[in-house]
Design a protein around this ligand. Structure first.
Ligand code: ZN
Length: 252
């Protein structure tokens, strides 16, 4: 089993000593976390404040028996079972925090432990809170989001001070924001599992490439299933000099 996956280019042996944190384990984050376990991540931290409700069942990740449980608890037990069935090579240490990241006193410590961070929130404030710490401690962050109608999405790869951080895009008038794209911070009302699975897959793909130092990492990937079916990559984006999160170093 191990050999077959090792041939794919993402070797679980190289992921065994890596720590990933998934912030927000709803429709995107639960898929991201599951994929990380299935490729052999060694340490996984899950952070989410919510309880599973019936409204979560039109997306992937949870089943009816999870209703009423904290998402981090329901997901941790499912992922532990998957890891057990995969065998010893895929052992994963999972830590779950049912907490709101805003002003969370452990956020800095959790971020410091990570080799890679995935933000899968449905709101901008939480994204920017984690972005602040990721930039501060120089940790790569892979953000995923979908549009209000559920048919567009995007993945942003933040390599602090190398690619734009989330603050560069969303903190003020967004320089790089595609006008045709809907507000990225809007909750995903339509919650289409189709788009979310594509966005989550590309988040994990980019995260693994960053972790394993592989090529084809893009600062931003836009997914459009609305006007067309297209995936557009952007690699030449630079941080904004006036960004209050990541632009400071340029002023020094
Ligand atoms: Zn920035």
């Amino acid at each position: 089993m191990l050999k077959r996956i090792a041939n794919s280019g993402f070797n679980p042996l190289e992921l065994r000593d890596k720590t990933a944190c998934v912030f927000g384990v709803g429709g995107l984050g639960s898929i991201v976390a599951e994929m990380l376990v299935r490729v052999g991540i060694g340490n996984l931290i899950l952070v989410d404040r919510d309880i599973v409700g019936p409204e979560n069942l039109n997306r992937l990740g949870y089943t009816a028996e999870d209703i009423g449980k904290p998402k981090v608890i329901a997901l941790s037990s499912k992922l532990s079972e998957i890891a057990r069935a995969l065998g010893d090579e895929f052992q994963v240490n999972i830590t779950g925090y049912q907490v709101d990241v805003i002003a969370w006193e452990k956020l800095a410590d959790v971020v410091k432990k990570c080799d890679i961070i995935f933000t899968c929130f449905d709101n901008l404030e939480a994204r920017l809170e984690v972005n602040y710490m990721a930039v501060k401690f120089n940790k790569p962050l892979i953000d995923g989001g979908t549009s209000d109608n559920g048919l567009r999405g995007r993945v942003i790869v933040v390599k602090p001070h190398i690619t734009p951080c989330l603050g560069c895009y969303f903190d003020s008038e967004a320089l790089y924001d595609n006008k045709s794209e809907e507000e990225p911070e809007a909750p995903c009302n339509a919650s289409l599992p189709t788009t979310m699975a594509i966005v989550a897959s590309l988040q994990v793909d980019q995260g693994l490439r960053v972790l394993l130092k592989k090529r084809n990492v893009f600062a931003r990937i836009n997914i459009n299933l609305d006007d067309d079916i297209s995936i557009t990559t952007f690699s030449d984006l630079k941080p904004r000099k006036d960004c209050k999160y990541c632009g400071v170093r340029d002023e020094q």
